[in-house]
Design a binder for this molecule. Structure first.
Ligand code: PMP
Length: 427
């Protein structure tokens, strides 16, 4: 694999950008290689600056469920750009987009658009605290909700990959207002609420965890979390930045039949443009300025390019059969890989919910961060490099998801499985 140009850019980038990357997970440190610099992508394929082409299962870390450079999305963005890139004033597209979100995710009676998942979760927490007049937040070990101060406690994603338990720069007083407990453990949550329930503003959870690798909620777990929140008057926030429009059209809340008070969205709703959202019960959302006293704002919020892309993307997802197709293709790849691992005698454990899955290099089961962290990350590194060398671009960490898109067709799946049959010999 020729990578001269990527290496050259990597040398240059490290001089002017910390670690050479604008988001740590891109650095590929955990899999023992330097990052590839990408020049273009289309459908399920991504191409680096040396001209190598890969089948891409990262999809920009989740947003690209339609595949790269979807022609309809690109046309919508071009058309919007020609009319102006930002106005700092309300637009019709924002109204249309908010109406669409509230229709497809009925628990979101009102929504506020922001520009990233981090902004969405940070704002939802402020709102929960303002609404309940309480300060404590409960999160779960291995879940990641963006990089705002109070949420960088026992986080997943890049922090898990780099083995960072917490983050300098977050004052102890701030970190102390977040309590992190094990995922899928209702007894731990009950105990915590028993001790501090009247101080807890909200529980924030990834309804399917995707930042310690994929970890689904145990049967009845989300219902149990809902009941505990209700008992103590705390808000339940579903962080559906990954799961929204991925595991079902109505997100994980539709799939599991559990209704949160607030929902945060990002990734897929912007189709690769910077767009996030938070929303929920109107009574709670009415506390947001200018209706209420909880302040939250953004120069580029509801940006016309992002809303144009988002509207087009959600339109294309709101079509009968789309999620069935994603489910079938994901199952085909996931089952095929499982068979290959089994035949090769490589210890593995898989979790899949719709178009997101992970194989952990260990016997399992993987139900929380403690069990996920027992994976053989060296074996994962060998697997990653062997697949990359055969034209398959996986997320460069054991603790991230494989994301399927509608652009991964039978051919791409077949090619991936052929690559895997060879690659597994190097694990
Ligand atoms: N919540 C979840 C569940 C996420 O996976 C992420 C990002 N991977 C975020 C929030 C933060 O989103 P962003 O990177 O857009 O700020």
């Amino acid at each position: 694999m020729k990578d001269d140009r990527s290496r050259e850019l990597w040398q240059r980038s490290q001089k002017v950008i910390p670690g050479g990357v604008n988001s740590p997970a891109r650095a590929m440190l955990a899999v023992g290689r330097e990052p590839l610099f990408i020049r273009s992508a289309r459908g399920c394929y991504i191409e680096d600056v040396d001209g190598n082409r890969y089948i891409d299962y990262v999809g920009s870390w989740g947003p690209l469920i339609l595949g790269h450079a979807d022609p309809d999305v690109v046309a919508a963005v071009k058309k919007a750009a020609e009319k102006g890139t930002s106005f700092g004033a309300p637009t019709e597209a924002e109204v249309n987009f908010a109406e669409m979100l509230t229709r497809l995710i009925p628990s979101m009676e009102q929504v506020r658009l922001v520009s990233s998942g981090t902004e969405a979760t940070m704002s939802a927490l402020r709102l929960a605290r303002g609404y309940t007049e309480r300060d404590l937040i409960v999160k779960f070990d291995g879940c990641y909700h963006g990089h705002s101060d109070g949420l960088l406690v026992a986080s997943g994603s890049g922090l898990a990959t780099l083995g960072l338990p917490s983050c300098p720069g977050v004052p102890a007083e701030v970190a102390g207002l977040s309590v992190s407990i094990p995922y899928n453990d209702l007894a731990a949550l009950e105990k915590l609420f028993h001790e501090k329930g009247d101080k807890i503003a909200a529980v924030i959870i990834e309804p399917v965890a995707g930042n310690m690798g994929v970890v689904p909620p145990a049967p009845g777990y989300l219902q149990g979390v809902r009941e505990i929140c209700d008992e103590y008057g705390s808000l339940l926030i579903f962080d559906e930045v990954i799961t929204g429009f991925r595991v079902a059209l109505g997100g994980a809340q539709e799939l599991y039949g559990v209704t949160p008070d607030l929902t945060t969205l990002g990734k897929i709703i912007g189709a690769g443009l910077p767009l996030g959202a938070y929303g929920g019960k109107a009574e709670i959302m009415q506390k947001v300025a200018p209706c209420g006293p909880v302040y939250q704002a953004g120069t580029l919020s509801g940006n016309p390019l992002a809303t144009a892309a988002g509207l087009r993307a959600l339109d294309m997802l709101d079509v009968a059969g789309v999620y069935q197709r994603l489910e079938e293709n994901s199952a085909k790849l996931y089952d095929g890989l499982g068979d290959i691992f089994t035949k090769a005698g490589v210890p593995h454990y898989g979790n899949r919910v719709g178009a997101m899955f992970s194989y952990f290099f260990q016997k399992g089961p993987v139900t929380d961060w403690t069990s996920a962290s027992k994976s053989d990350t060296e074996a994962f590194g060998r697997w990653f490099r062997a697949m990359l060398g055969r034209g398959v671009y996986l997320a460069p960490s054991q603790f991230e998801c494989t994301f399927m898109s509608l652009a991964h067709d039978a051919d791409a799946i077949e090619q991936t499985l052929s690559a895997a049959e060879e690659a597994i010999k190097e694990v």
